[in-house]
Every structure is written in structure tokens, then in C-alpha cells.
Write a protein that binds this ligand. Structure first.
Ligand code: BGC
Length: 393
């Protein structure tokens, strides 16, 4: 709870500090390399949440989908924080489509926004949309996901995504049964989301030595198996693995892939197993497939986001952990930046991310590992959810 409360206090303090006009920049460098250019073209739900009505808005926000609770939490925080700060803002959802995303950006430009906060559907494809915004004099903040291959991004607000993956990997190492040859199933996010690379890179940084020394045996990726001797993977190598084990951030895809993987392996890769699942939605879907397999005795499975449904899975012993990313902090960091930009001040940043073209000044938020043991403290006592949202706490 202390960490969460501290995070919240810092976030609120940051907004207050920015309002008071203070700001300083300390930078170190993080380089996350090339971007894959595959265009996601899932069936788009073209309907946005709210129609844009007349009247100028200052801050436009574009989020990837309302089908995942994660982004609804972000929307809630934005509306609260921006509303309290006296801003007119508009949140639009891209619903898995880069085309809808671009239309959303254009609608918001048409409404006279001064700052665009955008969580890209596809990090590379979004370059075109933000270039339009930049050309219209709008300041662009990439939100949560990096936008690559363009110089039209002014700032990046994100969580420490490398640590998310590293914590997931470390959890599997810490909780794995003793012995060697523990079957390890690997799954990743969408290959068009730069974060999927960073999460996997973080997980690989800790898991690879334990794969190389025989503690874990990769069950479902010939690409990862071929690279198991290599600690630092380049973008191309990461891409080869991720494209093989991608869930596309899609629940049904994740469930089907896990079921297929389980059907393809022999008894030596069943029993007590470990599963790297990239986020909560895919974790639940993969867990369902593992639960349904009678040859699986026990499984450890990771997650990320702190979604309600996954916390219930954690309470019920169906998901082992999640990595909580406090959307209150990220929204507060973004609003602080937007306020600075609207007031002609230089926002506070603490690192930079290279997007293949420029080093983007970035603000990075901390993450918290949540297990059954600290769930109440981190997720309820911190005020994020109500105890009544869960059963069996
Ligand atoms: C976000 C995760 C989210 C995933 C799927 C990632 O870019 O960082 O929090 O679960 O996308 O939407």
C-alpha cells in the first residue's frame, strides 16, 4: 500500500508542482530499437463512446480499445483528472483499427485540440496520424505505447515496461518447483505494439539464463529454443520469437493458441508447468486452456494490468500474479505534461526512448507486483477497487 500511496501522492504532487510552475529535466537513455510494421486490421467497431459536440476542446485522447478493462480505467482517470483541472477533453477509441485511430485524430484536430495523447494501435502506422497532428500545430504525447519511425512525437508517458517483463519472468523463477526441465510456455503481446517487445525483452533478461542452464525447457517456441543461448536479443530476433508466440492481445487467439500448444506436446511437457502470459486478459484465456487439460497438474502463470477479473482469478488460485500499472499515476503524469505544454513550459521527464528517428523525452512510472498475499493492500487499501468487487478475499 505504501508504494501505491506514494505513487499517488507523487502523481498528485507532480500535477500540483506543474501547476505551480516548477519543472526540471533529468535524462538518461533507453533505446528500444526498430518497429515491426504489420498493420492490425481487426473488425473495427467504428462507434466511439461519445460524439464530439461543438465547442473547442484542448486535450484530445485516443485509446486503443474499450474491449479491454485496462483502457476503460485509463479513460476514467483522464476524465476525472482533466475535468478536475478544468479542461475540456475528449476520449475516442480506435477499436483495434489504425484507420479508425487516424480518423479519431483528425476529428480531434478539427475540434481545435492543442495537445494529443495517443496510445497507438500500431506504433509504426500511427506515425502518419501524429504527423498530421504536428502539422496542425498540436503537441503529441505518446501514451503508454511508443510511436516509432517519426519525429512527430514530442513526449512519451509510460510505465517501466522492461521491469514488467522482468518481474513476470522473476516470478516464474522464484515460484517454480525445484529440479530441472520444467516446461515453460511463452506467450507475447501484439507484434505491432512496441511494448510487447519491451515486455518480452524484460522477461527474457531473467528467464534466458534459467533456460540455458536447463531449469526450464521451452515447450512451444522453436524460435526461442534456437536463441536460448543468447542473453541479449536484437530487434529482429525478438520479432522472430514474438511473431511465433503472439496473442495479438486477443483473448480468443490466446486461448486457441494455448490449446493448440497443449495438444501438440507430449507428457514430458505437461505436469507442473510455468507460463509467461503477457497481460491479464490473455492470462485468463491461457489459464482456462491449461485448467482444461487433465495432464496439467499445476501451472504458474503471469499477468499484467491488475484487471478486476484477473484479481478474482488470483484470489481463486487460477492466475498466479499480475503486475499492477496504476493508471491514476499515468493519467496524472500525462495531464501534468499537457498542462505544461498548454502553458508553454517544458514538461518534467526522467528518461528518453529512441523511436528509430529521435530520442523522445519520457516520463516513466513504476509498477507493482501483485499476488494473493498483497492483493488487498495494493489494490483495495490503495482505493483503486472496492472490496465488494471481489468474493473470497
Ligand atoms: C499495455 C498493456 C495492455 C496491452 C493490451 C500494452 O501496450 O501496456 O497494459 O494490457 O497493451 O492492450
Amino acid at each position: 500500500m505504501k508504494k501505491i500511496m506514494l505513487g499517488l501522492l507523487l502523481a498528485v504532487g507532480l500535477v500540483m508542482g506543474v501547476l505551480a510552475g516548477c519543472g526540471q529535466t533529468a535524462k538518461n537513455s533507453v533505446n528500444f530499437g526498430m518497429k515491426d510494421s504489420k498493420l492490425i486490421d481487426k473488425k473495427a467497431d467504428q462507434k466511439n463512446d461519445t460524439d464530439i459536440t461543438s465547442g473547442e476542446i484542448q486535450v484530445g485522447i485516443v485509446l486503443p480499445t474499450k474491449n479491454e478493462p485496462r483502457w476503460l480505467q485509463d479513460q476514467k482517470q483522464f476524465e476525472e483528472i482533466l475535468g478536475n483541472a478544468g479542461f475540456k477533453s475528449q476520449v475516442l477509441f480506435s477499436q483495434g483499427s489504425s484507420t479508425t485511430e487516424k480518423t479519431n485524430v483528425e476529428k480531434l484536430i478539427g475540434k481545435g485540440i492543442k495537445v494529443l495523447l495517443i496510445c497507438a494501435q500500431d506504433g509504426s502506422v500511427a506515425a502518419e496520424a501524429v504527423e498530421e497532428a504536428r502539422d496542425a500545430g498540436v503537441k503529441v504525447i505518446a501514451y503508454d505505447r511508443l510511436i516509432t519511425d517519426t519525429d512527430a512525437v514530442d513526449y512519451f508517458v509510460t510505465f517501466d515496461s522492461f521491469s514488467v517483463g522482468a518481474e513476470q519472468g522473476q516470478y516464474l523463477i522464484d515460484k517454480a518447483p525445484s529440479g530441472t526441465g520444467i516446461p515453460l510456455y511463452l506467450y507475447a503481446g501484439s507484434a505491432t505494439d512496441n511494448n510487447a517487445y519491451v515486455f518480452f525483452e524484460g522477461a527474457w533478461s531473467v528467464l534466458q539464463p534459467k533456460i540455458a542452464d536447463g531449469t526450464f525447457k521451452i515447450a512451444n517456441s522453436s524460435e526461442a529454443e534456437a536463441l536460448k543461448g543468447k542473453g541479449n536479443l536484437n530487434r529482429d530476433e525478438l520479432g522472430r520469437i514474438i511473431r511465433q508466440i503472439t496473442t495479438d492481445w486477443d483473448f480468443s487467439e490466446a486461448n486457441a493458441k494455448a490449446a493448440e500448444d497443449l495438444a501438440a506436446v507430449g507428457p514430458d511437457l505437461k505436469g507442473d508447468v510455468a507460463v509467461l502470459a503477457p497481460n491479464d486478459g490473455t492470462s485468463r484465456a491461457i489459464a482456462d486452456a491449461f485448467m482444461a487439460d487433465t495432464d496439467i497438474i499445476s501451472y504458474l502463470i503471469t499477468g499484467q494490468d491488475g484487471e478486476k477479473a484477473s484479481l478474482q482469478y488470483v484470489i481463486d488460485g487460477r492466475q498466479s500474479m499480475t503486475v499492477f500499472k496504476d493508471t491514476r499515476t499515468l493519467a496524472a503524469d500525462s495531464v501534468a505534461m499537457a498542462l505544461d505544454l498548454l502553458n508553454g513550459r517544458e514538461p518534467v521527464t526522467d528518461t528518453t526512448y529512441n523511436n528509430n528517428v529521435i530520442d523522445i523525452p519520457a516520463k516513466q512510472a513504476a509498477i507493482v507486483v501483485v499476488t494473493k498475499e498483497n492483493l488487498k493492500q495494493t489494490m483495495i487499501d490503495s482505493g483503486y477497487y472496492e472490496a465488494s468487487d471481489f468474493s473470497g478475499l
